[in-house]
Design a protein around this ligand. Structure first.
Ligand code: DGJ
Length: 369
């Protein structure tokens, strides 16, 4: 027999959830719970964005309660928005497989999904960092899936370590002594490169960037995270051409995010400290293959030395606004992965330099039209 007070409580809870779901927001509150259109905290961690025909799509790791959420028990979640503040749950865009022998078997590690649209094939292409189920972080593979619609369903194609058998390219004028020589690797990082040359380079934290000319690049932590590779993707974006450059070798950079402004390539990344936050780092280059210049930590103010508690994942150009880029970071909560928060902050330009300052609350008016 359901008692009257139970009905009342249920009705109040339901009303609260509906109200939360229907409450439109018009500002960002970094680190706060961020309800989607159903009133549920957005579940798209280590995410990336796609803008198409007036709609933004947000793809990220779907986490579950507790520590198991650090593994892929569901897949890649997708949300859509017209204003970047209010997000509609579009469901699971790529599901992990119930087949334990599948590369993306339930319980694998599937991180940092990024989706780009290929204008030639009219396909949506998702790349992600894949670790095989039960093997910790040993596999260090890149995985790729495609879809006919932005919100999926995406179909897994394959996973592998990129650029097996290929040597890196170098900026013009690079001295022979500064190039990788696998007969005599100069340091630990080159040693890892040469070890992995036959079977393909390790590929962990990553991003994908499509340049103005439609060429796409996969940027990923390689060589036990000691180096970032910036690798050209083929014309349909589902494979690597073998052309790549090694960036900031020997410094263990993760969570790379690339954007372009006034003809300059920018990259923001992090150090390598597990789920714990560390100082962000930023770079610039005149060519996607470098040379890349390291500039230090772009964050300023309290907790800048730990990137305000977050770790980079994406930098989004805001449509219709000039010089408008949003730095997107994850505030990980590995003990209860599903509670992970999102730190979105505006990138401030000082000439060609950038700065990221903390704001408790802000909106897109901070960017000029
Ligand atoms: C930091 C990476 O950026 C995350 O994607 C994840 O792999 C954790 N390390 C695991 O410790």
């Amino acid at each position: 027999m359901i008692k009257r007070y139970q009905l009342t409580t249920f009705a109040l809870l339901l009303t609260g959830s509906i109200l939360r779901a229907q409450t439109k927001v018009a500002e960002f509150t970094p680190g706060a719970i961020w309800p989607d259109d159903k009133g549920v905290h957005i579940n798209a961690h280590g995410g990336g964005m796609l803008y198409q025909k007036g709609t933004y799509y947000w793809y990220g790791e779907h986490k579950i309660e507790g520590g198991a959420g650090n593994r892929a028990m569901v897949g890649v979640h997708c949300y859509s928005s017209k204003d970047l503040y209010n997000w509609k749950d579009e469901g699971i865009a790529l599901s992990v497989s119930p087949d334990s022998t599948n590369d993306i078997a339930k319980g694998c590690i599937l991180e940092r999904p990024k989706v780009v649209y290929n204008k030639k094939t009219k396909k949506y292409v998702m790349w992600f960092h894949l670790e095989l189920r039960g093997q910790g972080y040993k596999a260090a593979r890149a995985g790729v899936a495609t879809a006919d619609k932005a919100a999926g369903p995406f179909k897994f194609i394959r996973s592998y370590r990129p650029n097996a058998g290929f040597m890196p390219i170098y900026p013009e004028g690079t001295a022979e002594a500064d190039k990788v020589n696998c007969d005599k690797p100069k340091d630990k990082s080159e040693g890892f490169f040469c070890r992995d040359l036959p079977g393909g380079q390790m590929a962990r934290d990553m991003n994908v960037f499509v340049d103005d000319d439609g060429k796409a690049y996969h940027i990923f932590s390689a060589e036990e995270n000691f180096t970032l590779d910036i690798a050209e993707l083929n014309d349909d974006y589902t494979g690597h051409t073998g052309k790549f450059a090694r960036v900031y070798a020997g410094h263990q950079t993760e969570a790379p995010a690339i954007f372009k402004h006034n003809g300059i390539y920018y990259m923001i990344g992090s150090g390598t400290t597990g789920w714990a936050p560390n100082p962000a780092r930023w770079f610039t280059a005149k060519s996607i293959y470098g040379p890349w210049t390291y500039h230090g930590n772009p964050c300023v103010g309290n907790a800048a030395e730990i990137t305000f508690g977050g770790q980079s994942t994406y930098v989004l150009p805001v449509e219709g606004k000039k010089n408008a880029f949003i730095f997107m970071a994850d505030k990980w909560t590995p003990k209860n992965a599903i509670d992970g928060r999102y730190l979105w902050l505006p990138v401030t330009f000082k000439g060609d330099d950038i700065e990221i300052n903390w704001l408790d609350k802000w909106n897109l008016d901070v960017f000029k039209k």
